[in-house]
Design a protein around this ligand. Structure first.
Ligand code: ADP
Ligand code: MG
Length: 644
């Protein structure tokens, strides 16, 4: 006779029970030939299930040798044992051990998924098996919708999914009524007839009588063994298991399981994700806000002209002595106007005054400027003319007005040529300007520009300037021009009693503020994300404990440790990723709300920050899901299966 299919030599199993070591199986020798149908009988607690788990490679012997097809199993690693279970064994349990949230067909397919069978082949096979077992009309029922006998038939189909060369049935009829039990036994006998090796455990002698060989266990020892029959049916032609594309299918299966688990506990999953949702939403919307603010400021600076420099007296903004510094004067203006790197220079003297036209009075902002001013500021003339250099020198009482705000005084009359009273000074309107509002809100007061000399001599009587505005020539670096200007004025004044301000500087300070704000909120968000991650880890640990039995079943039907690890890791990643998606959605919603409430600016969402949010949440899932997933993968299948 050939080497037996299964050969145990001095195999024993001991458990540590507290301080004491309990021997559940005493060293035993056993050989089972391919194609045998063996019944293992014995009283409850005699060690039948323990022996069965050893035979099915769900458990390892404490000592002795177990050879399967002559191959020593002690030298196999976890992966090789999983392969052995997957391709050679089919388990049938007393309590069926079907996965409750999958329908019959999906349950039958699980071993085939782990064997890497292609989807179409898997479907065809499960359909054929269920039809063969009389369940063709039940394939889309979940276990809860099936009777005990039907569930056991589904589990037989599952045992055959990868061929079921050796079928290990532990009390397969134990939970069934006698009629269903008879049906199940008939199926097992039929499979035996087809050449499958059947090993079944029972405490019912009527069931055991179906077998060719009966082994009786008592207190962990073989009490009697009727021995292998003389003749055996011819071994079956091994069922060809079609191989298919491996990886992707496993991921899809894992993702589907994760989805089931998430949907089963919607509220719990949502609360778990909350930390991640808030963290991601905070970062994405603050970055969008920063981007929006930045875009707004840059837009306004571009409208104003990016290459202007303002000169003010004093050390900096808010210098109290600034008002008494009178060194910024006409001489400086002339000197600056002569510089080749500047395109124009204009003083700016502002005062407010009452404007009158006929019997209408309005408050107005009166600006004394040079003829260069409008070019320096990039203002556009929309009607009439600007005053000339000559007008400036002549202190001519001519005014250019803001086309919009003058309507408050003149109504719909054409302003050109009209004479206004500024205080008591009559001035003639010669030009209309479209004013860029810049940072200021559109004001109620009327903006009026006069030649600066007219303002200085007729309205405020002072001989120094409060501000000079310069425009840098195109092609000259603003920073370079600014340095030149500072050097020139310092030389003229003998000390630096002025300061400069350029749009460049505004830009820089806005960039800095945005960066600081983003950093600050990101720091808060990171804390939220960590809290969220811990939440995910916590819920995954609970999930592993809750689904211990499911894990045991999966391992029994051929899942490798890496399959289990992958499944739980994917679940953690899906929870976090969904949190990320909801977070981004929330941020977009905030953006929508923001744009409907705030007119001045818009939040700007960048694809990059959204992709980063997804990457970040995936990373959290992997990071915080790893520990629970590893716990799941390392579960002892025997212990896991025993869990109710
Ligand atoms: P049977 O299936 O014949 O009813 P088992 O093989 O399940 O018996 O159990 C045999 C004995 O081993 C029982 O006394 C049981 O309490 C003990 N046993 C089984 N599993 C463990 C374990 N993990 N730790 C300690 N004792 C165990
Ligand atoms: Mg048992």
């Amino acid at each position: 006779m050939d080497a037996p299919l299964i050969e145990l030599e001095g195999v024993s199993r001991r458990y540590l029970s507290g301080e004491q070591e309990v021997t559940v199986l005493h060293p035993l020798n056993l050989a089972i030939q391919a194609g045998e149908m063996v019944a293992i009988v014995g009283a409850s607690g005699s060690g039948k299930s323990t022996l069965m788990n050893l035979l099915g490679c769900l458990d390892r012997p404490s000592e002795g040798h177990y050879r399967f097809r002559g191959q020593e199993t002690a030298s196999l690693d976890a992966l090789a044992l999983a392969r052995l279970r997957c391709h050679h064994f089919g388990f049938i349990f007393q309590r069926y051990h079907l996965l409750p949230h999958l329908d019959a067909a999906a349950n039958v397919e699980i071993p085939a998924v782990y064997a890497g069978m292609a989807k179409a082949d898997r479907h065809a096979r499960s359909r054929a098996l269920l039809t063969r077992l009389g369940l063709s009309d039940r394939s889309h029922h979940t276990p809860g919708q099936l009777s005990g006998g039907q569930q056991q038939r589904v589990s037989i189909a599952r045992a055959l999914a990868n061929g079921g060369e050796v079928i290990l049935a532990d009390e397969p009829t134990g939970a069934l009524d006698s009629q269903s039990g008879k049906e199940v036994m008939a199926i097992l006998k039929e499979l035996h007839g087809l050449g499958h090796t059947i090993i079944l455990v029972t405490h019912d002698m009527a069931v055991a009588d179906h077998a060719d060989r009966i082994i009786t266990l008592k207190d962990g020892r073989v009490q009697s063994d009727s021995g292998s029959p003389a003749s055996l049916p011819p071994p079956p032609t091994p069922a060809a298991i079609p191989k298919g594309s491996q990886g992707l299918d496993r991921y899809r299966e894992a993702a589907r399981m994760a989805l089931h688990a998430m949907l089963a506990h919607r509220m719990r999953t949502f609360l778990t994700m909350l930390g991640i949702i808030i963290g991601i939403a905070a970062v994405v919307s603050v970055v969008a806000l920063g981007q929006g603010a930045r875009a707004k400021v840059i837009g306004e600076i571009n409208a104003m002209g990016t290459n202007t420099i303002d000169i003010f007296p004093g050390k900096d903004w808010g210098d109290e002595k600034a008002a008494s510094i009178r060194t910024l004067n006409e001489g400086d203006l002339r000197a600056l106007q002569g510089q080749p790197y500047l395109e124009g220079a204009s003083p700016q003297l502002s005062t407010s005054a009452q404007l009158r036209y006929r019997n209408q009075t309005k408050s107005g902002t009166v600006n004394g400027v040079s003829s260069d001013f409008f070019r320096v500021k990039g203002m556009t003339l929309v009607g009439g003319r600007l005053f000339s250099e000559r007008d400036s020198l002549d202190r001519a009482p001519l005014a250019v007005v803001d086309a919009d705000s003058i309507k408050g005084l003149l109504g719909d009359e054409d302003p050109i040529g009209k004479v206004l009273l500024i205080g008591t000074l009559p001035v003639r309107i010669i030009g209309l300007i479209k004013e860029e509002t810049g940072f200021r809100q559109p004001s109620q007061s009327v903006s009026v520009w006069l030649p600066y000399r007219a303002v200085m001599s007729r309205l405020i009587s002072q001989s120094h300037f409060n501000q000079i505005t310069l425009r840098v020539r195109d092609g000259v670096q603003p920073a370079l021009a600014e340095r030149e200007v500072i050097a020139l004025l310092r030389q003229r004044h003998g000390s630096k009693d002025f300061f400069t301000f350029s749009s460049d500087k505004i830009l820089q300070s806005v960039e800095k503020t945005t960066a600081t704000l983003t950093l600050l909120v990101s720091a808060i968000a990171v804390i939220s994300l960590i809290v969220g991650g811990v939440g995910v880890m916590n819920i995954m640990l609970v999930s592993v404990v809750e689904r211990t039995r499911e894990i045991g079943i999966r391992i029994a039907v051929g899942a490798r440790q890496s399959d289990i690890l992958q499944q739980f890791l994917i679940e953690a990643v899906m929870v976090s990723l969904l949190g990320g998606v909801l977070g981004v959605g929330l941020a977009l919603l905030i953006g929508l709300l923001f744009s409907s409430l705030v007119d001045a600016m818009q939040m700007q969402f960048s694809l990059f920050s959204i992709l980063m949010a997804f990457a970040c949440s995936t990373l959290i899932g992997i990071l915080f899901g790893y520990l629970p997933a590893r716990n799941a993968a390392r579960l002892d299948p025997v212990v896991a299966l025993a869990r109710e």
